[in-house]
Ligand binder design. Structure first.
Ligand SMILES: [Ca+2]
Length: 974
């Protein structure tokens, strides 16, 4: 194991300081750091402050028997038997705690942890009480005598270590050498796992390093954690900044919430030490929270996919992130405004998270729409994703979560609309769903998937629509969602079912607050009534229909308990007033439809007036096309389940030749802006024909593949813009209407605008280093007169690629030497106007890979499917593999003499330790341009400066017993 330079040389801190002096995003200089040993002491102290902050210790996990408290430490002690055990703990239990049934030995560990905290707490009444210390010592002795174990790897490898690691730190220097050695013995010395599991393992490694005062282990754990938060296609952070765990399953508020809280804690604790995370980790994490998870939070409601056991003293799942978010103010002070906005929203002090716009998460079939004062999310599932999972032993053999991923809409104004509702919810009528009104038995197989592919969304940064092709439980429907500034529209068509239960479409089911009125008459408490009309109103939200419908309205007081829905949970009765509103399609409907509008933020009178003069029109509501136009905004949203033509308004039609989703923006002067997505397959090419008053415009676009499949593209945009929909951090925003994400949304009509001062900045994170050869700036009228453009592969070393004091605005493309770029930063020093700096877009152009598709030959090919051409086919998952011997080579013929600036090798595990890069004009006489005897594998980027037709990797020594294997061999110009 090698030690990162950072530990001993503090090189990154020096670079960081330089960056900060230059006015960089971190915003302030960390204090000078002492030696590593002092740092370890400081880190242990900082951790203790966190562990002792509350009476209880919320580590973000859900598996426990009971919550334990410092204040009850003496009662745990008095209940402890002489041998250190507790009579109500079954130390021989081995059952997994993953599915609701808690594992009895956790109770002993949690009590010891609370006792250790009480002992360690200098502000508490039992600080340094020798009896408490002796109790924990006996408890630890008993634990290692009986060595409780579990059938589940998580309890064995993570759950036990989390507790004993903290107990070791709380009693550092007090436990005794042999007990500390026992604890150290179960803490891993290297990390494994994926996503948040990798973070937990990394944390165990850091615990071990702190308990043994081993700086190498602390640095190694930190580096493993840094790797775990990188962009991923498996478990972890996705390219749309959603979070996956347990397969292609959105888990931003589950495992992702644990990652959010744990990583913030370590960023904070290590921040001013020689173990500080590199800037790229700080930036990457921050972008993931602010431009990912933040979209899924509305007040105390966070995206909902699995039962998370309720935690005491927290009103909601979202609230459990507040302390982590507060720590980020110290980690990245320059973003404290944004973290503060998010915290105030979660704490219900503001209805605004600081985001305005629409974001479709193409990796997770999830849409989020935010406006000042309200927000809505749409949760869906397709053949590409898993919608949820069964994580609790649901009582009564019912699967309460079954319908959650089939189009649920959570509508928030204040943000407390769904609080504590789940124990009393009617789980057959979830907001937004169309389904047979039944809570499905657990036996139903494969409950959170469906086979349809036309499920997705399209957004242009500001507006968005989503489509769900539903085929579940004998029931089909085409469901569309269309979001505007003040309202969203929901359409359903082709609703057909063979299930014997009546099919319903539920508009909402929330806590009941105030009066419930529908079609002119109040629905009294304790009643469920049907009403016929065009509107309903409840709790500041209007529900409107385009024509009179018969709706069912519920205003009931319901009592239940968490134990009713999840075995082992709190049986204390929960009583709530519940509002429900749904449309009944009857039993076995054929081609039924619905259409409704939700208008948050209105009183009853306004809701009535709104329903009488709806600003939105339904363009179509069939199984082949659903569309809505907002005439005042000039925005049309079209969901083409089949190729076809939409009549948008008099004289305007839009036709497509593939199934796709479209936003047509006819607002303002100039040509309409059209944004398209097609999630159903990778790389779909769509021809869009717009006819406006006799003028026909036909444009063709090839939509993204790979981990951008399903993302929308604006017609006419630069095809190789790798900054599209990538996160942006800025020094400021004038207000949320000109927020940071508008800089990379690909929409020329939206813009980022800074506060009105000189000395502002914006930084785009491409999430992974990309070879780039140009940056394009689309200035708004408030452009910069003096500014610089800097690029960095890692957030540490920056290169100024352009600098001017005579900027003229407009669109400016800056050619740069092809180089790996992850971050692009604009340092804006002097304004042209008195307003803030303003840009409509920033693009980063991927440099072409000159080897792509070029002939490749090799010294050997181990098996036919590992052909040399796999290294130049542009596919991430195909590779060349040689025989298991030395030497071996792979050669690329570029076809003509080419100016070469860099070679990028992406190795499979079978990588080269010693190899040379060679070039040739004839394929027979070779010249070395690079050689190494310490090749690290992974992705290696090698700068060269040469002119040649042939390039080859000549390997002389392997890193493994296997051969040489390359996923890709890329060549870039200069
Ligand atoms: Ca824009």
């Amino acid at each position: 194991m090698t030690v990162s330079r950072r530990v001993f040389l503090g090189s990154s801190s020096a670079a960081l300081a330089a960056l900060i002096m230059a006015g960089g995003p971190l915003g302030r200089v960390p204090s000078a750091f002492a030696g590593a040993t002092d740092d370890l002491t400081d880190i242990r102290s900082a951790l203790l402050e966190i562990y002792l902050e509350h009476d209880w210790l919320d580590d973000g996990t859900t598996a426990r028997v009971e919550w334990t408290y410092q204040s009850q430490a003496m009662s745990y002690l008095s209940a402890q038997r002489a041998d250190g055990s507790w009579s109500d703990v079954d130390y021989s239990a081995t059952n997994s705690a993953a599915n609701g049934a808690a594992w009895s030995p956790y109770r002993a560990l949690d009590r010891m942890q609370a006792m250790a905290a009480a002992y360690a707490n200098p502000a508490g009444p039992h600080h340094r009480d020798p009896a408490l210390l002796a109790g924990v010592q006996r408890g630890v002795d008993h634990w290692f005598q009986v060595e409780p174990t579990n059938v589940n790897w998580w309890e064995r490898g993570i759950g036990i270590q989390l507790r004993l690691g903290r107990i070791g730190l709380l009693l550092h220097g007090q436990l005794g050498d042999s007990r500390t050695a026992d604890i150290v013995g179960i803490l891993q010395s290297s990390s494994s796992g994926t996503g948040q599991n990798a973070v937990w393992y990394a944390q165990n490694v850091i615990f071990r390093g702190l308990l043994t005062s081993d700086p190498v282990l602390v640095a190694s754990g930190r580096d493993a954690m840094a790797r775990a938060i990188l962009l991923n296609t498996g478990d972890g952070v996705q390219s749309d900044l959603s979070y996956h765990q347990h397969g292609d399953q959105l888990h931003s508020a589950g495992y992702g919430r644990s990652m959010l809280t744990d990583v913030a804690q370590w960023l904070y604790v290590l921040r001013r030490t020689s173990f500080a995370f590199a800037p790229a980790s700080v930036y990457g994490y921050t972008s993931w929270v602010l431009d990912g998870t933040r979209w899924m939070i509305n007040g105390d409601h966070a995206e909902f996919n699995v039962f998370l056991n309720p935690a005491p003293r927290y009103r909601s799942n979202a609230e459990r992130t507040l302390e982590a978010l507060r720590r980020m103010d110290d980690v990245l002070p320059g973003q404290a405004v944004h973290f503060g906005q998010l915290r105030r929203n979660i704490a219900l002090q503001s209805s605004d998270t600081g985001l305005r716009g629409h974001k479709y998460f193409w990796r997770s079939d999830f849409a989020a729409h935010k406006r000042p004062g309200w927000g809505v999310t749409v949760k869906m599932v397709s053949a590409r994703t898993i919608g949820s999972e069964w994580r609790s032993s649901n009582p009564r053999r019912l699967n309460y979560l079954y319908w959650v991923p089939f189009g649920t809409t959570f509508i928030a104004r204040r943000g407390d609309e769904y609080r504590n509702l789940f124990p009393v919810w009617d789980w057959s009528r979830l907001p937004g769903c169309t389904n047979p009104a039944v809570v499905v038995p657990l036996e139903a197989s494969n409950p959170y998937r469906q086979s349809t592919t036309f499920v997705g969304g399209v957004d242009n940064g500001l507006y968005g629509a989503a489509a769900l092709d539903l085929d579940k439980y004998g029931t089909t429907a085409r469901k569309g969602y269309f979001c505007f500034d003040d309202e969203f529209v929901a359409l359903g068509a082709g609703i057909t079912s063979s299930d014997p239960n009546p099919v319903v479409t539920t508009l909402n089911q929330t806590r009941r607050v105030g009066k419930v009125v529908a079609a002119g008459s109040t629905v009294e408490p304790g009643a469920t009534r049907t009403r016929t009309g065009t509107w309903a109103h409840h709790d500041g939200t209007g529900y409107a229909f385009f024509e009179p419908v018969t709706m069912t309205v519920k205003n009931e007081t319901v009592t239940g308990s968490w134990a009713d829905i999840a075995t082992g949970q709190d049986p204390t009765p929960v009583t709530q007033d519940v509002f429900g509103l749904w449309l009944d399609h009857g039993v076995e409907p054929r081609d039924a439809t619905y259409a409704y509008v939700v208008r948050p933020g209105v009183d009853q009178g306004q809701a009535v007036a709104y329903a009488q003069h709806l600003p939105v029109r339904v363009l179509a509501n069939t199984t082949s096309l659903q569309g809505v136009r907002h005439d005042g905004l000039g925005i049309s949203q079209l969901l083409f389940y089949s190729p076809g033509t939409a009549d948008v308004r008099d004289g305007v039609t839009l036709a497509v030749d593939q199934s796709c989703m479209v936003i047509l923006d006819e607002s303002g002067p100039g040509a309409p802006v059209i944004t398209v997505s097609a999630p159903q397959a990778p790389g779909v090419t769509v021809a869009v024909t717009l006819t406006r008053f006799g003028r026909v415009t036909r444009q063709t676009v090839t939509l993204p593949d790979g981990d951008r499949q399903g993302a929308g593209v604006t017609l006419g945009a630069t095809a190789n813009n790798v900054a599209l929909r990538r996160p942006v951090l800025t020094s400021s925003e004038k207000d949320t209407s000109v927020g940071a994400h508008f800089l990379t949304d690909g929409n020329p009509r939206t813009r980022w605008g800074s506060a009105p001062s000189d000395g502002e900045w914006a930084m785009v994170d491409l999430l992974t280093p990309q070879f780039a050869d140009a940056v394009t700036l689309h200035w708004d009228t408030a452009y910069a007169q003096a500014y610089a453009v800097e690029v960095s592969p890692d957030g540490e070393t920056w290169r100024t690629v352009h600098s001017t004091t005579a900027g003229t605005g407009g669109t400016r493309t800056l050619a740069i030497t092809p180089q790996p770029v992850r971050f692009v930063r604009l340092n804006l020093t002097k304004r042209h106007t008195s307003r803030g700096f303003s840009l409509r877009g920033l693009e980063v152009h991927a440099a072409p890979d000159l080897a792509r598709g070029k002939p490749a030959t090799a010294s050997s090919t181990r098996v036919a499917e590992l052909a040399p051409s796999n290294a130049t086919d542009g596919q991430a998952n195909t590779r060349w593999g040689s025989d298991y011997s030395d030497p071996q080579w792979l050669s690329i013929d570029l076809g003509t003499t080419t100016a070469i600036g860099a070679v990028k090798l992406h190795w499979e595990t079978a990588s080269a330790k010693s190899y040379r890069l060679q070039v040739s004009d004839d394929g027979s006489d070779w010249t070395d341009v690079h050689s190494t005897t310490s090749g690290a594998g992974g992705v290696e980027t090698i700068p060269v400066s040469t002119d040649a037709r042939y390039v080859r990797m000549y390997g002389t020594q392997r890193n493994t017993q296997y051969g040489y294997s390359l996923y890709s061999f890329e060549v870039y110009g200069r």
